[in-house]
Ligand binder design. Structure first.
Ligand code: ZN
Length: 511
């Protein structure tokens, strides 16, 4: 069986279902009505880089080494941040299938730069510098791509996706038009496994959540382009192929903010090197943190020359602070280095070795007791320790507390706020742990809805469908209940062939 995996960053039933109901996405409707759908639970926390790496490898963060857009290293001046453009280890599904002699096509999957040698073609996705870089395997495919799609874009200009300039909806439509042309080019090639990804849904949902929920024509046009891509996939599928649509996380709209880093500051758990800067930080506001975060691509471009063989980029010294405030590391015991949680409703709190475990327990109890003064709702709905990152060679060296905010709230990390709580006038679109999974094909049940599945289940399900042995140590399970007779497609195929052989025998006897 061949498998076509369509990955869509940030896709959510909150947006899809109303569009399907209005008859605007006929191909998604076909998949929903004639296939299987399920909420696909993201990794914890629901962040783009680790989620895509877990979709691709079936491993938790400790197994593939990706936690965020950055990784941190101890420096004399405190932790330094490095931009991450590739996983550190663990086999991806395209490696496993290549070893089995299967022909693979992998395009635009985030954090796949530099591209890896595969039995087929690989085109790097988000966090790759630009189309001038060596973004394809084999290298010659880059020329072919740029000839067919001269304006091919890896992602939006960071200033556009950061909301500083331009029209993100128009820019996303243009980018996606080129993306579809790339899909068209690749789908003409031979494949056993084809993994195509789109990123625009995440970009526009972060910036234009209210307009999307109000069916803004340009937003609708974007989801219709995804539907068109799906139509193109149908046209290139064989009768017994399996199609899977996955998102790395879902999305939701929020207006409430709880300044969790400021809360930790007020408890005396961290100190700024220059307390005056705390005041200035208030003036600069969150804008700086977010601009820095979305400047990652520019940063990646600037440091391209310093690419290490591991695929991790070294960042110039002046940028090493990334979005980290200027902290006094002799008096800081608890800190949140990444502002990513603001875009995904979580905080990853780091602890230094001087902090006693009882202090962490007290902090957890106190955090649990914090309620929104307006709604009375607890601010945090989930709390995890570092074991949520799983087991593996890249498990974090320090202790962590990972907290997830309630449905209406997100957790900005800027310091120097006068109030711990705030309500925005506009809705921010942020990541939600509940993403999307659809399965479609001859072996798949008709119009079935499953209880939640997990991102870890994707690799085992594909391997089973393709009759490829699953490596040891994967935490996920095959999604058996999606398939006819509740069997794995592989067993199903085997049984079918046994039945076919018996039939043949009978028929030869009869003749
Ligand atoms: Zn994402």
């Amino acid at each position: 069986m061949r498998v076509l995996l369509f990955g869509i960053d940030g896709l959510t039933f909150r947006v899809l279902d109303p569009l399907i109901e209005r008859g605007l996405l006929p191909n998604f409707q076909r998949v929903r009505d004639q296939g299987v759908q399920s909420i696909l639970k993201s990794v914890t926390p629901p962040m783009t880089p680790p989620a895509w790496m877990s979709i691709s490898t079936g491993l938790p963060s400790a197994g593939h080494g990706v936690y965020d857009f950055w990784e941190y290293e101890r420096g004399e001046q405190g932790p330094m941040a490095h931009v991450v453009t590739h996983r550190k280890g663990g086999k991806a599904i395209w490696n496993i299938l290549s070893e089995w002699g299967k022909r693979v096509l992998v395009a635009n999957v985030p954090l796949t730069y530099p591209p890896e040698p595969v039995n087929g073609i690989m085109l790097s996705g988000y966090m790759a510098p630009d189309t001038q870089a060596a973004i394809t395997y084999p290298a010659a495919f880059r020329e072919e791509l740029l000839q067919a799609v001269p304006e091919y874009q890896i992602d939006l200009d960071p200033a556009v996706s950061g909301g500083q300039v331009g029209d993100p909806l128009a820019a996303t439509l243009k980018m996606t038009k080129e993306r579809l042309a790339m899909f068209r080019l690749l789908l003409e090639k031979p494949w056993d496994f084809c993994f195509l990804a789109c990123s625009g849904a995440d970009r526009i949902q972060h910036l234009r959540w209210d307009e999307i929920m109000a069916f803004h024509p340009q937003a609708v046009a974007y989801y219709q382009m995804l539907d068109e891509a799906l139509g193109m996939m149908f046209a290139n599928m064989r009768d017994d192929d399996l199609l899977m649509i996955v998102s790395d996380h879902g999305f939701r709209g929020v207006r409430r903010k709880f300044y969790i880093h400021e809360y930790l500051y007020r408890r005396g758990l961290l100190k700024m090197r220059d307390e005056q800067k705390r005041k200035r930080a208030e003036l600069l506001g969150f804008a700086r943190g977010i601009v820095r975060m979305l400047k990652l691509q520019q940063l990646a471009r600037m440091v391209r020359g310093q690419l290490r063989h591991s695929g991790v980029m070294a960042v110039e010294k002046e940028q090493h602070v990334a979005n980290m405030p200027d902290l006094d590391w002799t008096k800081t015991h608890v800190w949140i280095p990444s502002a990513s949680g603001f875009l995904a409703g979580y905080a990853d709190i780091f602890f230094d070795e001087t902090l006693a475990e009882e202090q962490i327990q007290t902090l957890m109890t106190d955090l649990q007791a914090i309620h929104d003064p307006e709604s009375g709702e607890p601010v945090l709905v989930e709390m995890h320790r570092e074991d949520v990152y799983g087991k593996g060679p890249f498990a974090p060296p320090e202790r962590h507390l990972i907290v997830l905010a309630n449905q209406h709230t997100t957790l900005p990390t800027e310091l120097g706020r006068t109030a711990l709580w705030e309500t925005s006038d506009v809705t921010s679109g942020i990541h939600d742990p509940d993403g999307v999974l659809y399965l479609y094909g001859k072996a798949v049940c008709n119009g079935k809805q499953l209880t939640a599945t997990h991102i870890y289940d994707i690799v085992p399900t594909i391997l089973s469908a393709m009759g490829v042995e699953r490596p040891e140590g994967l935490p996920g399970t095959e999604i058996r209940e999606a398939f006819v007779l509740a069997q794995t497609p592989n067993e199903h195929a085997e049984q079918e062939s046994i039945v076919a052989r018996k039939l043949k025998k009978l028929m030869t006897k009869a003749q």
